[in-house]
Structure formats: structure tokens, C-alpha cells
Design a protein around this ligand. Sequence first.
Ligand code: FAD
Ligand code: MLT
Ligand code: ZN
Length: 475
Amino acid sequence: LTQQRYPVTRLPFSAVSAEDLAAFERILPGGVVTDPEVLEASNVDWLRTVRGCSKVLLRPRTSQEVARILRYCHERNLAVNPQGGNTGMVGGSVPVFDEIILSTTLMNRIISFHSVSGTLVCQAGCVLEELSQYVEERGFVMPLDLGAKGSCHIGGNVATNAGGLRFLRYGSLHGTVLGLEVVLADGTVLDCLTSLRKDNTGYDLKQLFIGSEGTLGVITAVSIQCPPKPRAVNVAFLGCPGFAEVLQTFSSGKELLGEILSAYEFMDAECMWLVTHHLHLASPVQESPFYVLVETSGSRAGHDAEKLSDFLERALSSGLVTDGTVATDQTRLKALWALRERISEALSRDGYVYKYDLSLPTERLYDLVSDLRARLGSQAKHVVGYGHLGDGNLHLNVTSEAFSPSLLADLEPYVYEWTARQRGSVSAEHGLGFKKRGVLSYSKPPEALRLMQQLKALLDPKGILNPYKTLPVQA
Ligand code: FAD
Ligand code: MLT
Ligand code: ZN
């Protein structure tokens, strides 16, 4: 078996036998799925660009069941692909060949919530949006939010170290995750599910699993710090005449909005074209080369409104912004956010999508987009730039009618070399998965790659957990 578009050969894992299925059925009565129709959805990723051919999907409910499955698979040398909501962007969530899919779908129990500390402890398969609703009813918010909230699981978020739309305010999951329970490749349950804010008792082992994309262990439960729900939220959606003005508006926002600035996202005119044409969303502002979404979150509506109007007045009068609209009620807030959150959905309706998720020096963030537009000319349908500008994170996406090897050859390694020259990252927040593992060396030195391989060998000596993913291909 060899994968076509990305050449890779199946490693010598065992194939699932009838006895294996019977053993799984004993561990998980009713939780073993072999129906090809159900498997079809779990074998293909959200972007529909990678596809595996797994014949079995397992749905455990408890950590003990996960432990028993992994112990068995370890003994039998069976490869396992952990899967959450299957919304990952780098092909890490689906098998490459016939790996067993281990889904967290039924592990969706909230274990505890403490209303003084705001600490939520839950199983890994809880859907992010459902957790948001749960904590919001109690006066808190989740420290992360992303367009995939309706499907992604908290375990998947932690496994990919997802960034998203609240990163600017609440920072990385490396800070907000307080504890994890993880089942290791051999079935050992590692209980680091504490809820302590401070704990310097040696190496912080949970950090290893945050962003490990299912290659070092299966995350079964998460303890996470939830901040209080802001009482006042405003969203301003603004049109900017150029990228220089997008940057200056950001500087001005940091200065004038200060502690209430909670998101600063940008998108270019082509993104607006995509969401208005493919999703029929209406643009709330005049046509502009760039748009920014500025969110404020604070504790007093009057104070925030005063600051925001001062910021907007100055931005308009100085020409940084040419048009804008502000929302405070839930419905309009959501409508403005949708213009930004649904860009990836609009892109996938445009054709084949070449996706790049880069960390770059903020001042140079858009140069690569303009550069590529000129380089690719009419080969590409669209070349778009959007993303988490406040975090220095560009989403550069190119679409074409169908997959084109010559277009790919013009994109890669060009994009990666460009990024490496800026000392940027070839994956800011989506991870490496299957698609990006080959380009890791543009952002990490050989010594770091070697240590990653050593850690993998220590934690998963047989390499059964998410093979062909994240780690560079061994020489
Ligand atoms: P999956 O896609 O199922 O899996 C992702 C990876 O994690 C795989 O390698 C899988 O093996 C592993 N994994 C899953 N669960 C576990 C577990 N319990 N234990 C161990 N490994 C596990 N990402 C961002 O960072 N920021 C964004 O703003 C953002 N927006 C998005 C918007 C849309 C519309 C979509 C479709 C995706 C977006 N993403 C974003 C991508 C992001 O990686 C995922 O949405 C999310 O974090 C993955 O969660 P999931 O449950 O779907 O995981
Ligand atoms: C986003 O910020 O919209 C996500 O990371 C998804 C994407 O890049 O398409
Ligand atoms: Zn993003």
C-alpha cells in the first residue's frame, strides 16, 4: 500500500483480524463500528484532501476502556489513530492506511466545575461549544474559541494546541490547561489531572502532550482554567485602505483600548468576496482592500463604549479606517464574527485549497500574500490572506479549480523558504499532522528534531500512536 499524492509506505503493523474485533467487542460492548458508511466519514478529513482506509472505529466511554484498548493494540502491534471532532487542518485526524480509529465522541462527560476558581474538569470528547454554553451559564467563558467550535473536541484542541480567536486575550493552552489525564501507548494511565495554578514539582509533563497531535498519548481528560465572562463585549468591523493602516490601527487599538482589547483579526478583500459569494453573507461596510475585526471585552459597558468611540473617532479622522460598524447585541456580534470565522468554509467551496498557517513578523505578514499573487498569476483562482494579526499569525490560502502539481511546485518550497528567512514558523497553530511533517526543518534545528524523535521512542517505542504524523520522516 502506497499513498498516491504524498508518497509513503505502510509500516509493518499487524492488520486487524476477526479475533481482534472480538477482543475489542469484549472491551467495548456495542462500541466497535465496522459499518463502511459510518467509517467513510471518519476516514476523510474536514478539508477532504486526505483519506484513509480504516476498517474499524472504536468508541470508548472511559479512560479505563482506552487503557485496555491501547494495552491490547500495543501487544498486538496494531496502529491507532486518535480522533476528536475531525476538524483538524493538516490531515492528522484521519488514518493514512488502515490504522484503527479511536474516537472520543462518547467521552463527553463534565467531571467538575468550581465556581470560585473557574476550573473545569471534563472528558476529552466534550464539544467545545457545549463546554462554552455550560461555563457561560455559570458566569465564565472558555479561554479558547474557534470557527470549528460546534464539532471540535476539547481533547482535539489540546492535542493540536489550538490557538484561535481568544488567544490574544487568554494566551496559549500551554498556560490555561492546568492538568491532563493521558493514556500512553502501552496502556499506562498517566494521571496529571490536577487543578493547581502553581506546581513546580519537577518537569511539567502535561506540556509534552499539548500539541503532540496524538503521537505521544491519548488525552482522556482535561482540567482547564476558565476566565470570568466579560460583562460588556463590543465588536467593531472596519475597512482599511492598506495593510500599513491595518498595522497602525492595531498599534492604536493597543494604546487606546488597552486591557479591553480582546481580539484583532484581519482579512483581505478576496476573503470578503469569498464569504459574500459562496456563503451569501452581507458585508456590513463599504468595499475596502482590507477589513479588521476588533473585539473589546470588559466589565463596564459605559467605560468600554467610551474607549471604543475614542479609538474609532481617531482611526476615522486620521484615515486609518475608511468605514466601520459596531455591534453590542448578541445577534449582530455573531453576524460580524461569522464574516471572519467562516472564511475557511467559503474557501473550501471555491475549489482545491492549498493551506498555509504561518507565524511571521507582523510588519511583513502580508508581503508574502502580495508576492505570491504576482508569482502565481492566473494559475490560482484566489490567493488570500487573513488571520490572527494580533498574534502574528497569517493564514495564507490559495485555491484552484482542482489539485495542480505545477501550482504546488510554485508554492512549495517557496512559501517555506520565505518563512524560514523571516525566522517564522511553518505551522503557527494547526500543527504538522500528515501534511506538514516534511517541512518541520524549516522552523526547527536538527538537534530539536532529534530530541522529538527520542521522546517519541521513549513514550511510544513501537510507534503505534498516529504513525506517519507530526514527526519528520526518519533518514
Ligand atoms: P481532530 O481533528 O479530530 O484531531 C486533530 C489531531 O489531534 C489529530 O492528530 C488527532 O490524532 C489528535 N487528537 C484528537 N483527539 C485526541 C486525543 N483525545 N488525544 C490525543 N490526540 C488527539 N485551529 C486553530 O488553532 N485555530 C483556529 O482558529 C482554528 N479554526 C478552525 C476553523 C474551522 C472551521 C476548522 C474546520 C478548523 C479550525 N482549526 C483551528 C483547526 C483545529 O486544529 C481544530 O479545529 C481543532 O483544534 C481540532 O480538534 P478536533 O477535536 O476536531 O481534533
Ligand atoms: C481560522 O483562523 O479561520 C482557522 O485557523 C481556520 C483556517 O485557517 O482556515
Ligand atoms: Zn486560525
